[in-house]
Design a binder for this molecule. Sequence first.
Ligand code: AMP
Length: 196
Amino acid sequence: MIALMFGPPGSGKGTQASRVAVRLGISHVAAGDMLRDEVAHDTPLGHEAKPIMNAGGLVPDDLVVRMIESRLNEPDATQGVLLDGFPRTVPQAIALDAMLAARKDRVAWVVALEVPDEELKTRILKRATTEGRSDDTAEGLAQRLIVYRQDTAPVLEHYRAEGTRIVAINGVGDIDAITGRIMESLSHDGAAVKTA
Ligand code: AMP
């Protein structure tokens, strides 16, 4: 089962995706974490991605698609994957769909976290003081929000048009309560949690 955790920067995608993946017994694959790892190891991909990430832009589709494709071929991915931060553009979504179609699979469901912009700003600036992410600045956030609206929000429309189950979740409030909302919504769809 391949499923997606979707939402704007600072919506809690990473936090919720890791919790939901554990509960469903599937792997959490976070594109941003993988890219930060490439940067930390100064690989050719990391070298190319670093300035783009710091500026709040998007790493080119072909590079990210190749990275995710090889990750989905790793043994643990066969038990199911919750993708976080991918796909972030419609071309990435089309590439993912083609990858899955080749193995007679498709995106099972999408959880879309909804958080107002003001709250996103507060959270990111707070995260900047605790995690020290180089893109967690006021300018970085502003750019990531623009990119989210322009390039990433259409991904949700892509899956809506495909008829994929989309579960919209209020991402404001207590972390446990939000995880509870997600799990409860997914359990209303037997197919969504059949690997649990
Ligand atoms: P995240 O940790 O998901 O907030 O991602 C951090 C940064 O990594 C983003 O602002 C982008 O620069 C880059 N990134 C993460 N995922 C993708 C993706 N699917 N496509 C392009 N760039 C990405």
